[in-house]
Design a protein around this ligand. Structure first.
Ligand SMILES: [Fe+2]
Length: 224
């Protein structure tokens, strides 16, 4: 079904698997049911830290449209790594960076709903702040395009393409409202890290680095 309506091409992932990329999603040659279960392809609400960590591992088999030899997990890890440098004491922001695009496999061309799907998916486990930061990464792009002249020139071709589907630059009224948000600094930092996290082959800290923090956040939020 997906293959019929979206552009496809083959590539080789950074993990050495031959994979098929369909829009934002790539399937390994061993069959996506082996590496990416149908559950991973369906929007869901995670119930605990293990489910989120497992989903992130699966993103290591999904090619990102941002670059060749570059997976959705690579993108999340690079975003988190930038935020570890920028905001070393803000573990929630780092985790938000790691998971901000975890709904990419669930959305369609232009990714108009992935931020909302991602926020819904993690809110019960990672808490409101991480979920709201995920929600903000699309409006933050619209905000930065509207307020920083140089920002638009730094966007990747894919990000420019999706901007129109996401509403284009913010209006002055939208900009003023966005600036009143108490977490504005973190929202902007996440977005800038996101835009800088598209470098194929860059070596950063692995997923294991963040697993304890994901479990700590889950211990604070699950069942509350
Ligand atoms: Fe992203």
């Amino acid at each position: 079904m997906l293959a019929k309506r979206q552009k496809t091409r083959h590539w080789r992932s950074s993990h050495g698997d031959r994979a098929l990329r369909i829009g934002h999603v790539a399937f390994t040659s061993s069959g996506y049911r082996d590496r990416v279960t149908l559950a991973q392809m369906t929007p869901r609400r995670f119930r605990d830290a293990d489910e989120i960590i497992d989903h992130l591992r699966q993103l290591g088999a999904l090619g990102s449209v941002e670059a060749d030899n570059f997976t959705e997990l690579d993108h999340g890890l690079q975003t988190a790594a930038i935020l570890r440098d920028v905001a070393p004491d803000d573990s929630e922001l780092q985790i938000a960076g790691l998971v901000h695009d975890l709904a990419h496999p669930w959305d369609g061309p232009g990714q108009p709903r992935h931020a909302t799907m991602g926020a819904i998916a993690v809110r019960d486990v990672l808490g409101d702040r991480v979920a709201d930061l995920i929600l903000s990464h699309v409006p933050a792009k619209r905000y930065l395009v509207a307020t920083r002249a140089e920002y638009a020139s730094l966007l990747s071709p894919d990000s420019v393409m999706t901007l129109a589907a996401q509403g284009g630059p913010m209006t002055p009224d939208e900009t003023s409202e966005f600036e009143r948000h108490p977490d504005l600094r973190a929202m902007v930092e996440l977005r800038i890290a996101d835009d800088g996290a598209k470098i194929a082959g860059k070596v950063v800290a692995p997923l294991a680095t963040y697993e304890n923090t994901i479990r700590e956040l889950a211990a604070r939020h699950v069942g509350r």
